[in-house]
Design a protein around this ligand. Sequence first.
Ligand SMILES: [Zn+2]
Length: 237
Amino acid sequence: MPTSLYDTLQALYGLQQLDSQIARTRKSQAALDTGAAATENAAAARAEAEGKRTALHHLQGDLKDSELKLKGVEDKRKTYHDRLYKGGVTNPKELSNMEKEIAALGRQRADLDGRILELMDRVERAQSDLTAAEERAREADTRRADTVAAFRSRHDTLELELADLTRRRGEAALQIEDKALLKRYDDIRAKSGVGIAKIEDGSCGACHMSLPSGMIKAVKEYAEPQRCENCLRLLTT
Ligand SMILES: [Zn+2]
């Protein structure tokens, strides 16, 4: 005995449930946060920390240079000072030049002391800037890793669900003997995702337009497939 039109339309309605579920699952999968933004943020935070590290190294280099210069100035000053006070120099002009030189070296030393103090202060601030930037980079990287892991896990779960739904959909479609009506359903569904609707309170369950009573009667008779006059979807009860 061939399957009645009622049974075929009910089977198509069952297929519609699977097709809608497949569409919803695909949509959920496409809407997942892939972690792209978190990855970008983590890269930016890393670059910022690198910039702070470079700045700190420059300042540390400047500080070391200034400390070496200071040592040079102090050594030179000590040499002059020792020569002056050991009494080896007796020429008054030479003595006067050496005193001037010692005074000039003293001013250089004072300038360098000031510069070193300033640099030490800046190194300290740069160090704490770097520590904070590294902490931000670590946090951003943790967020990136968490987001990417959550994406992969959820994506895989949805992928399994899709595989199962697609298999069930294929089996359900095979059960439908009226291939011409199945094709009509697929053609209508291709446009909007919905190929068949139930009559709900005298209206089309898809577009919600009120249906004429003659149409409702024709659907219930199941002699010929009926379509909603407004949205052209197949109708069943
Ligand atoms: Zn409709």
